[in-house]
Design a protein. Sequence first.
Length: 135
Amino acid sequence: AREDGGIVFVRTFASAPGHLMKATVDNEYDALLEYVASCSYNQGGTDILTAVERACRDISESKAELKKAEVLAITDCEDNALSTEMVKSVLQGAELSILDVSGEENTMSDVLKSISTKYFKVDETATINDLIKVV
């Protein structure tokens, strides 16, 4: 989004949603990317559907600046309760991109590939700089 001058919003999500962060200029964007890359994504308690629902609610309740938003979910793919139909029902037309940090292929990886517009995968040896390049 920053390549085309867009605004970047981030909301972390573990067992509950964090606050919505925003980057509008390059130094804010760089700091936000650094923050995202430094988060731990293997803490258990993954609830991808609730995170996607919250992101879609952020988009629908926003001013015009979020209306063309793309949702990027960074996940360890350990959500066993997720189905293709569930996610499609909450996306409301938003594009969903997945960054899979699980380090291995699993059933959830297949589900997420089938519903995402873009799917990226990094393994457990990925560095912060590797994650930033993907994001």
